[in-house]
Design a protein around this ligand. Structure first.
Ligand code: PRX
Length: 685
């Protein structure tokens, strides 16, 4: 396995295995003496990058052997391993047992009590972190704000008192629908301070999506803002909330509105109040409530393979521990780091790696409100340079967009402060990995490609920088406590380089504890394909070094620009349009977004199909679900390909959508002509 890259100046070796790469310090490519021609023949993904000796020197975990020992111990003796890690949290009441596990119900740190906001804020106030930046914020129009731990604590206490004024109690659900402003984090932490659960809804979701979620979790209070900035435009957040509450089906009694963009908004008498006005009535003293380890912490909705989004439930101690631990071991965060996670707080990445993980660890977390290409394509690089960002965590979709925009946008900036890079959300193609490595990381920064999900709460398969050599496109090896495997349909581990289903065979601290209000669905979705094991919905393979290569979803879930989208959700939005009789939605590969959304639609008798109707249907989906779900293409079909039992054959539609030649068995089709007609129509397009 001889390989070299012509382009990378750093860490490349000629290892027999990843283990060897770890043992051997990196050699600069020039010295390795490989010609560019030879390098070209080597696919990017066969290269191995060992962390530089300099990075290793100051790492918490410094070798592959050390990682393997720790990982083995975490599986063999989770009580001891996690018990030791949990000692780093601040407990109100010590726990009696580390784990109670009766599949699918896990209880971690049984009998213990703590408070998340106390762990993220109060405990840092006694020492030098008191005046350290907790949040550094930049608004899209350019405003800058820094909140020290002390200031953030004060804001959280005051806002927690506002929530109390609005009769929010322990266990109540509070919906947060806000732009990326510090107040979003304040609102989340304020909920945790008084034991209320939050459910953050991403600003790209529509009024109808808000309503569905508010109804599902039975929220009594919504926190929002007049608007948010996105690519220079104002997103009308309050208006969306108003529309969601029209009709009076929900039990929402208070809407607390932050003034951000300043445009005129409707304020409903007796229901809507301004955030800044409410602060006038409260003081800054708010003791944190001691919460049971297993007390519900938040609900976060995500797409599944049915039309109804799932309210993923996370609980207190295990979630917080995992978020803190991964920030410590995976991001290797230090006191002096300026850490930037570009994810929105509306996604799980924003929860675990913008708010809870870094703050629990006492780190400095940077938050940016807007788009990466506003006002110009170098906004991210400008921010990195301006603040001296050291650890940067973003999504492959963003990386591919930057590649497309051209290197000159970043080469004019000094990115030398960076020391570690991360990616999340979708498989990263080796070319994008290499670009990230060379251009952003200056060939010196390890890249942690972190595989995980809303359900897992935190990183599951990821390199430990300093210990695990990386391969472009592989999430490498499991995190501590994670017993991951790739299996066939019978649960037997597949062979080397064979594709199978990715399962987790043991409970882990930050695992979801359920789907809000639907115990059966929880059991059925995650724990019934393989008894006692968690099935993630992803396909994967492992190579000869045991490295995991995530292939992507193998269920009916799409991953569009790193955002999960259920095909059934889009289908149900389409059939809610009066012109539509039936629809089938599939993904097709997209160079930038990973996947694009293609909708096959049959219309009702008498409806004429046209480009205008296709555009209207796109707008309709946008309205029903939100801009995140906008279809790339709507194709009309006289009929959809179905089996004799009436099941739509998506496999064939996927092939048609991506312009592939049709392959595989079609004998179960009810009417072969349907597929022929669809394929012929697409050939004419
Ligand atoms: O398919 C996997 C993909 O994103 C899915 C989870 O999406 P969500 O719950 O929205 O969480 C995204 C942020 C954690 C997974 O089932 N995915 C996530 N990270 C990776 C990934 N696919 C490949 N490599 C990754 N690093």
């Amino acid at each position: 396995m001889s390989q070299k890259s012509k382009s990378s100046k750093a860490a490349k070796s000629k290892p027999k295995s990843a283990a060897k790469a770890a043992a051997k310090p990196a050699k600069p490519a020039a010295k390795a003496g490989k010609s560019a021609k030879a390098a070209k023949k080597v696919p990017a993904e066969s290269r191995v990058f060992a962390p530089s000796a300099e990075f290793v020197k100051s790492s918490r975990i410094q070798s592959l052997d050390q990682y393997r020992r720790m990982h083995a111990q975490s599986l063999k003796d989770p009580e001891k391993f996690f018990g030791r890690e949990a000692a780093e949290l601040q407990w109100r009441k010590p726990y009696r047992r580390v784990l109670d596990w009766k599949c699918p119900d896990a209880k971690w740190f049984v009998g213990g009590q703590l408070n998340v906001s106390e762990n993220c804020l109060d405990r840092h106030l006694a020492g030098p972190r008191r005046n350290k930046a907790a949040l550094i914020w930049e608004g899209e129009p350019g405003e800058k704000r820094v909140l020290t731990y002390q200031q953030l604590h004060r804001e959280v206490c005051r806002f927690a008192n506002v929530l109390k004024r609005h009769k929010v109690k322990k266990g109540d659900r509070v919906v947060i629908y806000m732009p990326m402003v510090p107040e979003a984090a304040v609102a989340m932490l304020a909920c945790t301070r008084i034991g209320a659960m939050h459910s953050v809804i991403f600003g790209g979701f529509s009024a109808e999506s808000i309503k569905d979620r508010v109804l599902d979790c039975d929220a009594a209070v919504i926190i929002t803002s007049d608007g948010g900035y996105r690519r220079g435009a104002v997103v009308p957040l309050k208006k969306n909330v108003d529309d969601a509450l029209k009709g009076g089906e929900t039990k929402v009694r208070s809407v607390i509105v932050l003034k951000r963009t300043g445009q005129e908004v409707h304020m409903e008498e007796g229901r809507d109040v301004w955030w800044h006005r409410e602060l006038e009535y409260v003081d800054a003293v708010c003791p944190a409530v001691a919460m049971d380890s297993e007390a519900p912490l938040f609900i976060l909705y995500t797409s599944g393979s049915t039309g109804k989004p799932k309210g993923i439930l996370h609980t207190t101690a295990g979630y917080l521990l995992h978020a803190q631990m991964t920030c410590k071991y995976v991001f290797d965060l230090r006191e002096e780091d300026v850490y930037w996670c570009t994810a929105d707080v509306g996604w799980v990445t924003g929860h675990s790696y913008l708010v809870y993980g870094p703050l629990a660890l006492g780190a400095t977390s940077l938050m940016y409100e807007g788009a990466p290409n506003w006002p110009e394509n170098d906004r991210f690089w400008r921010i990195i340079e301006d603040y001296g960002v050291t650890v940067f965590y973003t999504a492959p979709t963003a990386i591919r967009a930057f590649m497309k925009w051209g290197d000159e946008w970043l080469t004019k900036h000094d990115l030398s402060s960076l020391r570690l890079l991360g990616t999340v959300g979708e498989p990263i193609n080796p070319e994008a990995w290499m670009w990230y490595h060379r251009l952003v990381g200056g060939s010196r920064c390890p890249i942690v490609d972190t595989w995980w999900q809303t359900e897992t709460g935190g990183h599951m398969i990821t390199p430990i920088p300093g210990a695990v050599p990386t391969k472009p496109g592989s999430a490498t090896l499991p995190f501590f406590g994670v017993d991951a495997a790739v299996v066939d349909d019978l649960g037997k581990e597949v062979g080397k380089d064979e594709q199978g289903k990715l399962v987790i065979r043991k409970p882990w601290p930050s695992m979801l504890r359920g789907i809000w209000g639907d115990k059966d669905r929880y059991q059925k979705t995650y724990w019934s394909d393989f008894k006692g094991w968690y099935f993630a919905g992803d396909g994967a393979r492992r190579d000869k070094d045991g490295y995991f290569w995530i292939i992507g979803r193998i269920d009916d879930v799409l991953n569009v620009a790193g955002h999960r989208l259920g095909t059934a959700e889009v289908e149900s939005a389409l059939v809610s349009h009066p012109a539509v009789a039936e629809s089938a939605v599939v993904g097709r590969p997209d160079e930038l977004k990973g996947q694009g959304v293609v909708c096959f639609v049959t219309v009702k008798e008498g409806v004429k199909t046209s480009k205008e109707l296709a555009d209207e249907l796109k707008r309709h989906v946008r309205k029903v679900i939100g801009p995140v779900a906008t279809p790339d293409e709507v194709r009309f079909a006289a009929a959809l390909p179905k089996t004799r039992s009436g099941k739509i054959m998506r496999r064939l539609l996927k092939q048609i959508a991506s312009g592939e030649a049709l392959k595989g068995d079609t004998t179960t089709l009810e009417d072969v002509n349907v597929v022929a007609a669809l394929a012929a129509a697409s050939a004419e397009d």
